[in-house]
Design a protein around this ligand. Structure first.
Ligand code: ARG
Length: 588
C-alpha cells in the first residue's frame, strides 16, 4: 500500500522500483541487486547502472536483447507505475535515469514535518552495538588524541542511536597495569594522609605520574617497593585497593570536566573490569589450540604478521591484548553486541588487526568482516599544530583539553560581544551561545575531515564565520529561525492546512537534498565516516542560501510553501547538529 511505499531512504525507494523492473525484465536472473546512485542533474536525480553488468552476464545465454542499451530500455519500460517518478530516460550504453516527481518530493517533506524527523531514520539490521571510545589512561592527562576519539566516537554512537540501535557507550579506561605500583607507592610517600586529602592535594595527575616515574627510574628502593605494590594490588590487599580507587577517582573527575563541556556521556568499564575474565578467555583460546609458547611468553601467531600477539607476558602478567580479548568475549557473550566499534588513532591499527584475526580464528566472528557479529577499528590521524608538528602548547608538553575548550569558548564570547550582541542578551545567553559555538567549532573542525588524515588545529580557522565551519552553519540555522519568527506565522498551524510546492528550480534542488538526509546518515554511519554528514550539512546550507537569494519568502504569493521549506531545512540542520554533538543556536 501507499504507506509501505514510504519506508526507507530515497535511494532505497528508487532501488525497490528497479528491483521489480529487473525481475520482470530478466526473470532468469533472480539475484540481481539493483545498483542505484544519484546522477548528474542534467540526466535526472538517480540512475540505475545494472544494464551493462547484466548484459555481460546474459549475452551468451541466448537472450532476446541485442545489447546493453536495449536491455536498459526494457528495464526502463518495466518500471512499475509510481507517483514517485516524473520521467525516465536512457543515457550512454544503458544507464536508466529517473527524475522524481515534484509533488511526491513535496509530500514526503510535508509528512516529515508533521510526523517528525525520526521517520527518516535509517534502518539497520542490528539491535545492539558497543562503541568503545575516548578511553584515556588513568593518572595521565587526556590528550588531543583522546579528544578526537571522544568527538568521533560520540557522533557514531549518536548516529547508531538515531538508527534505533541500542548503543553501549564504553569508556575503556587504562586503569590497570604495572604503572599503578609506582603511582600508589608515590601516593603513600608524598601524601601519607592521602585518605583524607582532596584532589587538589594530589594535584595535577600528569605531574604526579611524571614524578612517580622519575622516582621509579632513579631510586632502586622505590622501584622495588613499587613492584611489590603491584603484587599487593593485584592480590587484592585492601590498603592498595583503596589507594588505586583513590587515584582512579581523581582521574575520573578530571576526565569528567572534559565530557561535561562536550556534552558527551559514557559508561566507564575500564581495563580493570575485564581483568577477572582474562583467564577464562585465554582458556577458551587455548582449548582451540590458538595459544603457543614463545620465548617464555604465551602468544597467538597471526598469519602475515612478523611478531605474534602476546597474551601472557614472560613474567606471567597480562597486557593490553589479553584485556582486549577478554573484553571482546564479554561484549559478544554477556552483552550480546552485534557490532563493536573501537576508536583510537591509526597507530593502533596493528593491535586491532591482530586480535580481530585471533577472534576470527577462534570462530567468534564470521570470516566476512562485513557480516555480523562484526568488529571495526575506526582509526584517525594526528592533530597537528600550525607548525605541522604534533599539537602542543608553547609552555607545556601536552595540551590540557579543558583549557583548549575554554579558550574556544572565550574567543566566541569576545566575538559575540564585539558584534554588539552582548548588550541585548542576558549574561547567561551570551555564555550558552559562546559554549555552543565554541565547543561546536572544535567538534566540527575535527569531524569535517576524513578521519584518517591528520588535521591542523587552528582557532582562527575553526572560528571563522565564513566557509565550512560550525560558526557559519550555526549562524545559517539561526538566520532561518529568524526568517520564520519574523514572518509572524504559526508553523504548527500551517502544517495542518498549507501545502508545499516546489515550483522554482532552487526549491526543487533544496527539497531533493532534504530528502537525501536518510541515505546520507546511513552511509556515514555504516561506513563510519562522519565527514559525509558534515559535507551534507554544508551543502544543505549552500542550497538554502541559493533558494533564499532567488526566492522571496515572506510577503510572496508562495509564502506558506516557502516557510515550509525554511522549517524543513531548519529541522534537518538541527538533526545534523544533534548527530554531530553540536548544540544549535536560535538567535544571532
Ligand atoms: N587506553 C587506550 C589509549 O589511550 C585506548 C583504548 C582503546 N580501546 C580498546 N579497547 N583498546 O591508547
Amino acid at each position: 500500500g501507499a504507506e509501505k511505499e514510504l519506508e526507507g531512504s530515497l535511494k532505497q525507494l528508487v532501488a525497490k522500483l528497479f528491483e521489480i523492473a529487473l525481475t520482470v525484465t530478466v526473470p532468469d536472473e533472480p539475484d540481481v541487486e539493483p545498483v542505484v546512485a544519484p546522477c548528474p542533474p542534467k540526466f535526472g536525480d538517480y540512475q540505475c547502472n545494472n544494464a551493462m553488468g547484466l548484459w555481460k552476464k546474459i549475452k551468451d545465454k541466448g537472450t532476446q536483447f541485442t545489447g546493453p542499451q536495449p536491455l536498459g530500455k526494457a528495464i526502463m519500460s518495466n518500471l512499475p507505475q509510481s507517483e514517485m517518478i516524473e520521467s525516465c530516460s536512457i543515457a550512454g550504453p544503458g544507464f536508466v535515469n529517473v527524475k522524481l516527481a515534484k509533488p511526491w518530493i513535496a509530500k514526503r517533506i510535508h509528512k516529515m514535518l508533521t510526523d517528525g524527523i525520526e521517520t527518516w531514520s535509517p534502518k539497520l539490521n542490528i539491535k545492539t552495538a558497543v562503541v568503545d571510545f575516548s578511553s584515556p589512561n588513568t593518572a595521565k592527562e587526556m590528550h588531543v588524541g583522546h579528544l578526537r576519539s571522544t568527538i568521533i566516537g560520540d557522533t557514531l554512537a549518536r548516529m547508531l542511536e538515531f538508527s534505533n540501535v541500542k548503543v553501549l557507550r564504553r569508556n575503556h579506561v587504562g586503569d590497570w597495569g604495572t604503572q599503578f605500583g609506582m603511582l600508589i607507592e608515590y601516593l603513600f610517600e608524598k601524601l601519607p594522609d592521602w585518605e583524607a586529602a582532596n584532589d587538589q592535594a594530589i594535584g595535577d595527575l600528569e605531574a604526579f605520574y611524571k614524578a612517580s616515574k622519575e622516582r621509579f627510574d632513579d631510586d632502586p628502593g622505590f622501584k622495588e617497593r613499587a613492584q611489590q605494590a603491584v603484587v599487593s594490588l593485584q592480590g587484592g590487599q585492601e590498603k592498595y585497593r583503596k589507594a588505586w580507587t583513590r587515584i582512579c577517582e581523581t582521574s575520573r573527575r578530571n576526565f569528567q570536566k572534559v565530557y561535561h563541556r562536550l556534552g558527551v556521556h559514557l559508561e566507564e568499564k575500564g581495563e580493570s573490569f575485564y581483568n577477572p575474565y582474562i583467564p577464562g578467555t585465554l582458556d577458551i583460546l587455548n582449548k582451540k589450540g590458538l595459544i603457543e609458547e614463545s620465548e617464555g611468553a604465551r602468544v597467538i601467531f597471526i598469519e602475515g604478521k612478523n611478531i605474534p600477539l602476546i597474551v601472557v607476558k614472560s613474567d606471567g602478567g597480562y597486557n593490553y591484548a589479553s584485556t582486549d580479548l577478554a573484553a571482546l568475549w564479554y561484549r559478544l557473550n554477556e552483552e550480546n553486541a552485534e557490532w563493536i566499534i573501537y576508536l583510537t588513532d591509526v597507530g593502533q591499527k596493528d593491535h586491532f588487526d591482530m586480535f580481530f584475526t585471533a577472534a576470527r580464528r577462534a570462530g567468534w566472528l564470521p570470516a566476512d568482516d562485513k557480516k555480523y557479529p562484526r568488529v571495526s577499528h575506526v582509526g584517525f590521524g594526528l592533530v597537528l599544530g600550525e607548525d605541522g608538528k604534533r599539537f602542543r602548547t608553547r609552555s607545556t608538553r601536552v595540551v590540557k583539553l579543558v583549557d583548549l575548550l575554554d579558550e574556544a569558548k572565550t574567543r566566541c564570547k569576545v566575538a559575540i560581544i564585539e558584534r554588539g550582541k552582548g548588550k541585548d542578551w542576558s549574561e547567561e545567553e551570551v555564555d550558552k551561545t559562546a559554549e555552543a559555538i565554541g565547543y561546536g567549532a572544535v567538534k566540527y573542525a575535527d569531524l569535517k575531515n576524513n578521519r584518517l588524515t591528520n588535521y591542523t588545529f587552528n582557532y582562527d580557522q575553526m572560528l571563522n564565520d565564513k566557509g565550512n565551519t560550525a560558526v557559519y552553519l550555526l549562524y545559517a540555522h539561526a538566520r532561518i529561525c529568524s526568517i520564520i519568527r519574523k514572518s509572524g506565522r504559526d508553523i504548527e498551524e500551517l502544517k495542518q492546512s498549507g501545502t508545499l510546492d516546489l515550483a522554482h528550480p532552487d526549491e526543487r534542488v533544496l527539497g531533493l537534498h532534504l530528502l537525501q538526509f536518510a541515505e546520507i546518515v546511513e552511509e556515514a554511519c555504516t561506513n563510519l565516516f562522519p565527514n559525509i554528514l558534515c559535507e551534507y550539512l554544508y551543502n544543505l546550507s549552500e542550497d538554502f542560501t541559493r533558494f533564499y537569494t532567488n526566492c522571496q519568502v515572506v510577503g510572496s504569493a508562495e509564502e506558506t510553501s516557502r516557510l515550509f521549506l525554511c522549517e524543513a531545512t531548519a529541522v534537518v540542520m538541527r538533526k545534523c547538529f544533534d548527530l554531530l554533538g553540536i548544540t544549535p543556536v536560535y538567535k544571532i
